[in-house]
Structure formats: C-alpha cells, structure tokens
Design a protein around this ligand. Structure first.
Ligand SMILES: [Zn+2]
Length: 265
C-alpha cells in the first residue's frame, strides 16, 4: 500500500526537514470522543474533521501537511453521558500548544488547528494566540462549519438551535460519508434551552453572551438540534463547500506575509 504523502508522520526526519523550505501549511485536526444523541456514534467529531482534513489534503498538491488527529477534547460539561472522554481545559491548552510549538521549532511558519468539537474552540483560540506570541510562526484555529456559512445556511431548514450538536449539520455530513453508522430511526429533535435573545446555542450564530451549561440540564438524548431534517444530499453539499473553503484558506494563509514587527521603545 502506498503511503499518502500529505501525512506529516509518514516522512523520515531527513525527508521532513527537506519539506521546510516549501513551507506547507501544517494542519492539526482535533475532535472528541463524546455523546452525540441516540443516533450517532461517539466518534462523530473525530470522524467528520478527519475526513474533511484528509479530503482537503488529498486535493492540496502538497500545500497541506497533516498531523495525526488529536482524538480527545474538553468535555467536562458532557460527562453525565456514558462513554465521553474529558480532557481538562488546562491540559488541552498545554497539550495542543506543545504540539504547535514543536512544529514551529522545526521551522514550519504556518499552522492551522482544524477543530471538530465546539467546546474546544475557546481553548484553541488561546493556543493559536500563544503560538504567535511565543514562536516565529503564525497559527490560526477554526471549527469546520464556520468555513462555509453561506453554503450551509442555503441548505439549512432547521430553526435557530437546529445546528448545534448532533443536529441537522453533523448528522447530514455523517450520512453523506457513512450512512450505515447513522441510526436515523433513533434520531430525536431537541432544542431544550430556554428561549433567549442573549444566550444562543447554534454553530452558525455567535451568541451575544458566552455561556455553556451542563448538558443533561437541557438535553435528554444529548442532541441539541434537529437531526430529523438531516439528509445525505445536504451532507454532500456541506462537505464539498467546507473542503473547498479549507483549500482557499490554506492558499491564502500560506502566502500571508509575516509583517515586520517594530519595537518602538
Ligand atoms: Zn459533534
């Protein structure tokens, strides 16, 4: 079997060193092992982000170098659901920062953290900031749906809250990629938080107030969203749009100038 050349760890150290002058964008995928309702497996975040990253890397003509997936995330608020693996927020911050600083140490100047799990994001934003402050590299973090909001909103049918967790979005993309592992007969709609203008839980909308409660207080199945509206057709459109946007991001980020820092003391 031919080993894929976009995987960081498939190179010898000498070969990897030779890639540094080419300055591919090094991508760190991260997901979670976490409850996703009655209808989706615990691997949902890992499975979706890994597929998105691999598909983008396979089309990127060497511009993406893909690190091994970090399979665990920050989950303390989900621990009432059996199976969920929780990495404490300080541990996750330090762990991912150790990875980005290692990559920067070897001379790679552009690093992206590709996230599949919403609650990792505030932590990964800090990792990206600290990587910039503490190394010579530039680092950004994103959660995949935010790359293609226009295309997602164009196929979306659910109300506000319908795309948060194991809802219309994740279920659609999982159906597109691997429908036998989605138990649609068990899918339940749940949008269980009190209505609010200020506290909104939806991946396609920024909540004016940042707030995250313990999940079993507002969700019985673990779903927040409307998986009954999910279809593989929507999943295909969303997947393709996200991969396309990811490739555009990589192109832009790769050629982003370093800028000249000036110390005015
Ligand atoms: Zn998820």
């Amino acid at each position: 079997m031919k080993r894929k050349d976009y995987f960081y760890q498939n190179y010898s150290w000498q070969e990897l060193k030779e890639l540094v002058p080419k300055q591919p964008v090094v991508v760190q995928p991260i997901g979670s092992v976490e409850d996703h309702g009655y209808h989706l497996p615990l691997d949902t975040d890992n499975f979706l982000i890994q597929n998105i990253c691999e598909e983008a890397a396979s089309r990127a003509n060497g511009e993406i170098l893909l690190l091994p997936l970090i399979p665990y995330g920050f989950e303390t608020h989900h621990m009432d659901f059996p199976g969920t693996i929780d990495i404490q927020m300080e541990h996750l911050l330090n762990f991912v920062l150790d990875v980005t600083k290692s990559v920067a140490h070897h001379g790679f100047k552009r690093i992206l953290i590709a996230d599949g799990h919403g609650s990792n994001m505030p932590i990964l934003e800090l990792v990206a900031r600290r990587t910039i402050l503490e190394t010579d590299s530039l680092c950004g973090a994103f959660i995949w749906p935010s790359l293609a909001p226009k295309e997602i909103n164009a196929v979306r049918e659910s109300e506000q809250g319908g795309i948060a967790h194991a809802g219309e979005l994740e279920t659609s993309v999982y159906l597109h990629l691997d429908s036998p592992h989605v138990q649609m007969d068990k899918a339940e709609k749940e949008i269980g938080m009190p209505p609010s203008k200020f506290i909104i839980l939806d991946l396609m909308e920024s909540s004016p107030v940042k707030f995250m409660d313990i999940w079993t207080r507002f969700s019985k199945s673990g779903v927040y969203g409307d998986p009954k509206l999910a279809t593989p057709e929507k999943g295909k459109i969303i997947f393709e749009a996200v991969v396309e946007a990811f490739l555009n991001l990589v192109k832009e980020f790769k050629s982003r100038p370093d800028g000249n820092r000036i110390d005015h003391h």
